[in-house]
Design a protein around this ligand. Sequence first.
Ligand code: 3HC
Length: 309
Amino acid sequence: MDKFEQAFNELIEKELKIEPRDWMPEKYREHLIRQVSQHAHSEVIGMQPEGNWLLRAPSLRAKQVLLAKIQDEGGHGLYLYSVAETLGISRQEMIEQLHTGKAKYSSIFNYPTLNWADIGAVGWLVDGAAITNQVSLQKTSYGPYSRGMVRICKEESFHQRQGYEIMMQMAFGTPEQKEMAQDALNRFWFPALMMFGPHDKDSAHSSQAMKWKIKIESNDQLRQKFIDHTIKQIEYLGLTCPDPNCKWNEETGHYDHSPFNWDEFWNVVNGNGPCNQERLDHHKKAHNDNKWVREAAAAYALKTEAQVA
Ligand code: 3HC
């Protein structure tokens, strides 16, 4: 082991941060580019199912709040693309990887948002699951990613409350609204739990990610944490958990759950979910339609640079 690798290992051991100019193993860099770029793509693609309800939000306030949330998600994507750029990949390469299917984005965004209650379920469950993971990632070993997570978590926590507020309005509203809230919970419960990724034993990257302290808690640990605190929120709403086996287990000190439908998960991850095609087509179209904005920004930057010089 040379002195560079030794210095890297010591930083990891002491739970200090690796910074962009520090030496790092090539595999560590590649691992982070894969994860961070996929995270960035998730933030940006995640704007689509919510954007679907912007023009149909039930009040001006609801519309304003949803718009602010969607803008935040775009901002999260930008922070994360910038984090990945510090690792030596360009934004253009990342977008190409998304468009060719080389890079993934979270499975959850391939499910449709059919009605307003779904916007509540997305904010509550999807952002709730994302925060559970991201709070843990605040301690990740790569400095720029860890610091980005601190800010993102603050905003995500507002998003989770936005979703829960909608769920409260629906669940405590008319019987029809309560039925819509239950239906949204039924459809989003299992997909939200599968956001945490495959079980630890089937997770290809977890073991190395934990050695490098990129991941602080495993997929299953985070999923269980999310189930444990969300069940109480379901009870408060007066709704029913869609999983009949979700019962408190005195021995483990956690809620049990039914086996997940991993065939469905891998089907969605591999491009065959209900909205995969639509999400990618929309992203490609927006990217092409907005080419002139990138060109104008680049021309302006060049001009400003020339003036400064
Ligand atoms: N959706 C799509 N692909 C998934 C997935 C999911 N929910 N869970 C796992 N996978 C993929 C992995 O990317 C990997 O594929 P790859 O080798 O082609 O990259 C494969 O399945 C094996 O899974 P692993 O468990 O081995 O993968 P990881 O160790 O990377 O763990 C993860 C997966 C927990 C999602 C991890 O990558 C992670 O923590 N990522 C950062 C957080 C993130 O991306 N969150 C997205 C959620 S949405 C969001 O944040 C937006 C917010 O506004 C709601």
